[in-house]
Every structure is written in C-alpha cells, then in structure tokens.
Design a protein around this ligand. Structure first.
Ligand code: NAP
Length: 250
C-alpha cells in the first residue's frame, strides 16, 4: 500500500492541500502545537515537535511516508531545515509549498532588515510610534528600540514582552481590510509599521494602508531556507505529488 503524505503544516496552504488530497490519499498533517485548540483538518493530525531532524527521519521511516510536503510558515526556518535534512537522510521526496513574498509597489517606503536587533536600533530614525506586527516572533530584541513608542498587535498575548518603557498590546486576529488598517494607523498616530514579509492576502492590507498614508515600513526579511524543490501553486503541488509518490497499482 502507498504510504501517507506527510504535510508539515500550521498554515492555510497546508489546510488547502489536505482538503484536496483527502480522501484519495492518506494524509497526515503535522502541527507544532502552538495553538491551543487547532481547527479540525481533513485526514490525520499529529501534534508536537519530532525531536529535531533525527526525530523526523525516524518518523518518516516508521510511518513509511511516501512524500513530505513542507508547508510551514515562511518564518519557520528550523522546521524547514529539519525537513530538508531528514528527507535527504531517508531519501523521501520533499517539496516546499511556499507562499510568495510580498513585492513593493510604487509609493511603498520599505526599509528591509535581516535582523530584528538591527531593525530595532534603526526604528527611532524611522518613526516615533510603531505598529509592530511580527506574529509569533521573539520580540525581546525590540527592547533596543528606545525613543519609539511600540504598539504590538498579536493574536495571543506574547509569551514575553520586550523590556521597553512605552509599550502597549492590541489582541486581534486577521484577516484585516484596508479601511480598518487605515483607521487603526490614523487613529493611533502610527508613523512607522514593523512587519515580516509573510506574503498572502490575510495581512497584506496593512502595507497598502501604510503606502496610502505615506508611512514607512521596517520589513524583516525572510530567513534563509535550504534549497529544495518548491512550488507556490496548489495545482503544481498536486502534480508533483502524483509524480513523486504515485498511488501503487495505478
Ligand atoms: P520553527 O522555529 O521552524 O520550529 C521550531 C520547532 O518547532 C521545530 O524544530 C519543531 O520541533 C517544531 N515544529 C515546527 N513546525 C512543526 C510542525 N509543523 N510539526 C511538528 N513540529 C513542528 O517554527 P515556528 O516559527 O516556531 O512555527 C511553528 C509552527 O507554527 C510551524 O508549523 C509554522 O508553520 C506555524 N506558523 C508559524 C508562524 C510564524 O510566525 N513563525 C505563523 C503561522 C504559523 P522539533 O525540532 O522537535 O521537531
């Protein structure tokens, strides 16, 4: 019998893929377990870390995984590296299902950084009041952003807040629309936006609102990932799976 397709998930892309593969293929979606009560997914779900690349390799072998799809968030770099190492060790076909990065449009004032510490040090030169939208990133480096007031927006209360004298938190969950984002920036007197380049539509509106209002964006670049086969379109991912892990007997 053909082995299962293992999807490293926690993203919209992973959910859409599982919805398309099931029930014709056996699918296991793996979640890190960061969200308390994840919404149910088609197929099987397993939750929690594997124990590094070696743990993932052991899982690929013991479950006879036919193909591994890394559909994790663009900033989940450790999991991506573990996936590449484990797939190579086990010779399991691996595809990265990637979300294209946002590209600047005319009028955007993006200043890009590789490192949050460097971004924090530069922030006072960019604005006096920042809206910080960095998802589940470690925010401790923002302690260095003295001179800029910080308003953090997050889905869940951040586990650790930066040591900063002028900071508040808004709890809210996307998708966000342009009108709402413009209103938030204007009403709070935000004059710089801090963001990752997550890609996708759900949180794109803040960049459009910043451009409309002439507000600069301090953008944290995506972390480096291992070079693997990759696709950004669901149909291309499905075709790759058919080629890499055909159903036996077809
Ligand atoms: P990370 O730094 O790359 O991963 C840290 C560790 O968490 C990994 O080494 C692995 O532990 C475990 N892990 C990560 N993704 C996993 C998965 N899908 N299944 C099982 N274990 C996983 O990742 P992160 O930034 O903490 O993100 C964690 C998860 O949340 C990812 O699955 C990602 O798709 C999702 N997510 C993240 C963000 C974000 O802002 N980074 C946003 C939306 C969704 P072991 O080494 O023990 O295997």
């Amino acid at each position: 019998m053909t082995g299962p397709i293992l999807i490293l998930g926690g993203t919209t892309e992973a959910r859409r893929l599982a919805e398309r593969l099931e029930p014709a293929r056996r699918v296991i979606t793996s979640l890190a377990g960061r969200t308390g009560a994840p919404t149910a997914l088609p197929g099987e779900t397993r939750i929690g870390g594997f124990g590094g690349a070696a743990g993932l390799a052991a899982y690929l072998r013991s479950h006879r995984v036919a193909a591994l799809i890394d559909a994790t968030h663009p900033y989940a770099a450790r999991m991506a590296a573990n996936a590449a190492a484990a797939a190579e060790e086990c010779r399991t076909p691996l595809l990265r299902y990637d979300r294209p990065a946002w590209q600047p449009k005319p009028g955007d004032k993006w200043v890009e950084f590789d490192d949050l510490t460097v971004l924090a040090a530069a922030l006072p030169d960019l604005g006096r009041h920042a809206l910080v939208t960095l998802g589940g990133a470690d925010l401790s480096a923002l302690s260095g952003a003295r001179g800029t007031r910080l308003t953090l927006r997050a889905i869940d209360p951040p586990a650790r807040l930066p040591d900063h004298p002028d900071l508040d938190v808004i709890l809210d969950r996307g998708p966000f629309d342009l009108a709402g984002e413009r209103a938030l920036l204007s009403q709070r007197g935000i004059d710089v936006l801090v963001s990752r380049n997550a890609g996708g539509q759900a949180t794109r509106a803040k960049l459009d609102a910043a451009r409309d209002l002439g507000i600069p964006v301090a953008l944290l670049r995506r972390p480096a990932r291992p070079v693997t086969a990759s696709a950004t379109e669901l149909e291309a991912v499905l075709r790759w799976i058919e080629d890499a892990a055909p159903i036996e007997g077809e």
